[in-house]
Design a protein. Structure first.
Length: 92
């Protein structure tokens, strides 16, 4: 009877060891598996009307190239990206 309980104890210990090892390795892979950020090729938007607008004071920055957008701050708040339709200069 003592041999059977010892065999069960070692089997449970081995199963728990494998389970803890699997969870630990999965956790470490999750921490180290930071995927690289995809690089976006800069896009020329000079022909469009794209602006960063400050909601506090109304300051606007016209955007001529969009790549990795880092939203500027003005008045301490992040600015919002606004795309407006380009007005045809030939019409009054």
């Amino acid at each position: 009877m003592l041999a059977v309980s010892s065999w069960i104890m070692w089997s449970v210990a081995a199963i728990l060891f494998v389970l803890i090892l699997f969870v630990g390795v999965s956790f470490l892979r999750g921490l180290s598996g930071a995927r690289p950020v995809e690089r976006v090729a800069p896009e020329d938007v000079a022909g469009l009307d794209v602006f960063f607008v400050c909601a506090e004071c109304g300051t606007e920055y016209q955007v001529t190239r969009i790549g990795e957008i880092q939203v500027p701050r003005h008045c301490g708040e992040p600015m919002t990206l606004v795309r407006r339709p380009r007005l045809d200069p030939s019409t009054p």
